[in-house]
Design a protein around this ligand. Structure first.
Ligand code: ADP
Ligand code: ADP
Length: 224
């Protein structure tokens, strides 16, 4: 049973009186434990597709089923609850909160759960260990390198133990060595921790790490 099932998904944006079609009826499945790279020209709708899968944006038509939940049928508050624990989002520019330490940034998603303070600390320390930053947990984002900030962001994305991780150009702002570290970490999340990763990327080296590359162009998806 695939973890992600997408059927006839369509999305367009309105710009003034103009309607801009972005996704025109795409369908595909993603198997559990898959590492998918989503490529395609700028403006082809990669981020839009990722945001739909993560439940950040809503589709015009079609269905998205993730882990047996048809998220396209959820109302706003159910969707927010689902999103908080079921999917981890990794951004190009990390999106860490500058006034919070690495520890506090990673703890944030857990504040929405029933975990108490001690349990939260255990989870945060465990994932900071996974990303190799346990010794930096009291540092603020500005005291960390880009690669370290992205590792904190990855720790934040996995702290609720979601099955799915979506990443929008996670290496786009990093030098080659840091990018390689981040890709190795994502690879570990797939192989060691059984996560399913969907990653938008322009970087052929990043795509090489993935099992499967899909191209989005003119609203249509293709496999290579
Ligand atoms: P990609 O990630 O492949 O670069 P995007 O999904 O960011 O593509 O954007 C696809 C198209 O949709 C672009 O033409 C973009 O300008 C447009 N678009 C994306 N988000 C919005 C929005 N919130 N409102 C209006 N247009 C948008
Ligand atoms: P990408 O790196 O995917 O190309 P962009 O810089 O095009 O991202 O877009 C960044 C964010 O701005 C996206 O989340 C997208 O939804 C939004 N966006 C993109 N184009 C437009 C637009 N024309 N109008 C409003 N929002 C947009």
């Amino acid at each position: 049973e695939p973890i992600v099932k997408i059927r006839n998904l369509s999305k367009s944006y309105r710009r003034g009186t103009q309607i801009i079609p972005v996704l025109s009826g795409i369908s595909f499945d993603i198997a559990r434990g898959e590492f998918v790279a989503l490529m395609g020209p700028s403006g082809s709708g990669k981020s839009t597709l990722l945001n739909l899968i993560a439940g950040i944006d809503s589709a015009d038509e079609g269905e998205i089923e993730i882990g047996g939940v048809e998220i396209t049928r959820l109302g706003e508050s159910d969707l927010a609850r689902w999103r908080a624990v079921s999917v981890g989002f990794i951004f190009q520019f990390y999106n860490l909160i500058p006034v919070l330490t690495a520890f506090e940034n990673v703890e944030l998603p857990l504040l929405l759960t029933h975990l108490n303070r001690r349990e939260r600390r255990e989870h945060v320390e465990a994932v900071l260990n996974v990303v190799g930053l346990a010794d930096r947990m009291d540092h603020y984002p500005s005291q960390l390198s880009g690669g370290q900030q992205q590792r904190v962001a990855i720790a934040r994305a996995i702290v609720t133990d979601p099955e799915i991780l979506v990443a929008d150009e996670p290496t786009g702002d990093l030098d080659r060595a840091s990018a390689e570290e981040i890709l190795q970490l994502m690879d570990r999340l797939v192989h060691e921790f059984g996560k399913t990763v969907i990653m938008v990327t322009h970087d052929p080296r990043a795509a090489e790490k993935a099992h499967l590359v899909r191209h989005l162009e003119k609203g249509e998806l293709s496999v290579t």
